[in-house]
Design a protein around this ligand. Structure first.
Ligand code: SF4
Length: 64
């Protein structure tokens, strides 16, 4: 499973980074960066929470 981001939707609110800084970061413009290509099983719940709380629905989970 991996996280897909939509830069056009991201408003730089940063909740994803505060929820799981191992998976998410923000670039110089405040837009989301996904730090991992594939999620470890142990990180999936945290990623799911970040997807849920993102206010602009800029994140989604993709099964591989
Ligand atoms: S929570 Fe959503 S809007 Fe905020 S930085 Fe993360 S992806 Fe962007």
């Amino acid at each position: 499973m991996r996280v897909e981001k939509n830069h056009d939707r991201c408003i730089g609110a940063g909740q994803c980074v505060r929820t799981e800084p191992k998976i998410f970061d923000q670039d110089d413009d405040g837009l989301v960066r996904v730090l991992v290509d594939r999620l470890q099983r142990a990180d999936e719940a945290a990623a799911r929470k970040a997807v849920f709380i993102c206010p602009s629905k800029a994140l989604s989970l993709v099964e591989e």
